[in-house]
Design a protein. Structure first.
Length: 405
């Protein structure tokens, strides 16, 4: 049965009903109950066990908003009462509009007042009144780890998680490297460098497709020969991002991962963690990585791109300069940008179609174009710095590292 304590007619009907229950031991409890969950059911069953009739006071929508904020209740007052009274242990639900149940307790005069044991007795509204009238206060053990607030927080958190159905890893690869011509086809243990990158990406659990993007038929033939997927892109592409954008024109993926084609030691788990980071932070248009710099010489090296980001991982600036500047001139650490990018589809298209920006040209860093145009770049800190192959010395080092693989 459902009654409204602030409606005079309904209140009078409640009084008449209570008169018929004079020989019954009445238990009263109250709450918001805007989402009925396991914790509530167990609590109500335990409360009902202390008497014959369980009456539940239910905060009205207005009082819930005052107590819990504008986002509550999740369900309306009558819906909540309907759910409560459908439970075998609940006999009556009474809606009340006050912030506390004091008036309704004095009206019902229950023999048992039930409340969770997270409350001290002096915090329980109506406890003194009930005891003065010969009743008792029953403190019900709380169900650990289950609460309406925690459920709502989890739901809100889940709403922010965006699961991507198709994620394409793109490996831009060009033959005409200035310092190491033909780099993608240079052999490491009888495998071309580009194959090492491709095979590493195959270990990813998140990528749904992998494609090498090149403008050179020799690279295309090599990829085809080892069973990889390759697409020819324009010779006019100025950057790896341009090649990724060309792939995106005919690929319906929701996310594109720009993977450096000269990093044969790239780890698939790093790619997967970056994808998870984007899924958990879908407000970022672009996601990239950074590793801590603890060597002061590298911190001041213009070839090592530095990045600063806020506490939520949002990039504030990228620079070849040593940032942030320490006015005390006591180096502690900085963050080096790691050149792997994840683009949400729309962001990739918008970025590729946007003219070069002032800061981008000045620092020769294309990610500054995104920042200058108001895009959000997320930065995930990693404890891994991939070794790129830019010189003959790098190639020798990588060959040594991969000698037994």
């Amino acid at each position: 049965m459902i009654f409204n304590f602030d409606n005079e007619e309904s209140k009078e009907n409640l009084k008449k009903h209570l008169d018929h229950l004079k020989n019954k031991k009445i238990v009263f409890t109250n709450g918001c109950f805007d989402i009925i969950h396991t914790g509530h059911v167990r609590y109500l069953k335990s409360s009902a066990a202390h008497g014959d009739i369980l009456i539940v006071g239910v905060n009205s929508d207005a009082s819930v908003r005052q107590n819990k904020g504008e986002g509550r209740p999740i369900n309306s007052e009558y819906e909540r009462c309907e759910i409560l009274t459908s439970l075998e242990c609940v006999d009556i639900a009474v809606i009340f509009n006050d912030l506390t149940p004091e008036k309704i307790i004095k009206f019902i005069i229950p023999q048992v007042l039930a409340k969770g044991d997270e409350y001290r007795k002096d915090q329980i509204i109506g406890a003194d009144f009930v005891e003065e009238n010969g009743g008792i206060v029953a403190r019900i053990p709380m169900v650990k780890g289950v609460s309406t607030t925690s459920i709502i927080e989890k739901s809100n958190s889940d709403d922010k998680i965006k699961r991507f159905n198709k994620i394409t890893g793109v490996i831009p690869s060009r033959y005409a490297s200035t310092r190491l011509p033909g780099k993608p086809l240079l052999k490491i243990n009888d495998k071309p460098l580009v194959q090492w990158v491709y095979d590493a990406c195959l270990k990813s659990k998140k990528l749904t497709d992998i494609v090498v993007a090149t403008d050179d038929i020799r690279i295309s033939d090599a990829v085809t020969n080892f069973g990889g997927k390759c697409s020819m892109t324009s010779e006019n592409c100025k950057s790896g991002t341009d090649r990724v954008m060309e792939i995106a024109i005919s690929d319906e993926a929701e996310v594109f991962v720009n993977i450096q084609g000269d990093e044969p030691l790239i780890k698939a788990e790093i790619i997967d963690k970056l994808i998870e980071f984007m899924e958990n932070n879908s407000q970022f248009d672009i996601v990239t990585a950074a590793a801590k710099i603890e060597d002061e010489k590298e911190f001041h090296d213009p070839n090592a791109v530095k990045v600063v980001f806020d506490k939520n991982g949002k990039a504030l600036y990228f620079s070849r300069s040593a940032i942030p500047y320490d006015r005390d001139e006591k180096f502690s650490y900085g963050f080096k940008h790691i050149g792997i990018y994840l683009y949400q589809r729309k962001a990739l298209m918008d970025f590729a179609r946007t003219p070069q920006s002032t800061l981008e040209v000045r620092e020769s860093l294309e990610q500054l174009r995104a920042l200058e145009n108001g895009m959000n770049i997320g930065v995930m800190e990693i404890n891994y710095v991939p070794l790129g192959v830019d010189t003959e010395e790098d190639l020798i080092k990588v060959r040594e590292l991969l000698e037994d693989k």
